[in-house]
Design a binder for this molecule. Structure first.
Ligand SMILES: [Zn+2]
Length: 131
């Protein structure tokens, strides 16, 4: 049984973000991590969101708050606009994306430039500028 991946990649979940969320493999690029985090928001995979946040930033996160946020928002679609570095040979990178969300029944377009670094070899999210 294969369902479409919530990151709207047009691939199926089991071939797209699931192996990352299940911890079976690590995303090779910052953009793939970005996609899988969008999927984790969509599915309420809070453990994955925490695990893929850089340590200092992770310390500021509240698990319950994050769980509540995942429940309040519907992640409709994701579009990666541009990426800078963030490849298999890089240690940092940025990803600009548009996330179409529905919050309390209202459509919202979330535009963010996110920063990613490698932590113990795996990509993690640091923070982002949204407008
Ligand atoms: Zn996906």
């Amino acid at each position: 049984m294969s369902k479409p991946c919530p990151c709207t990649s047009k691939s199926t979940y089991d071939r797209c973000c699931q192996p990352f969320i299940d911890g079976k493999k690590s995303p090779e690029t910052a953009a793939l991590l970005m996609r899988s985090r969008f999927t984790a928001y969509a599915l309420g995979k809070v453990d994955y969101l925490l695990r893929t946040t850089e340590a200092t930033e992770r310390a500021k996160l509240d698990r319950e708050e994050l769980t509540g946020y995942c429940k309040s928002v519907r992640c409709v679609s994701l579009k990666i606009i541009s990426t800078e570095k963030g490849g298999p040979a890089d240690d940092l990178g940025t990803v600009k994306f548009h996330a179409s969300l529905q919050v309390n029944g209202k459509r919202q377009l979330h535009v963010e430039l996110s920063r990613f670094v490698r932590e113990n070899g795996a990509w993690v999210y640091v923070d982002g500028d949204s407008n």
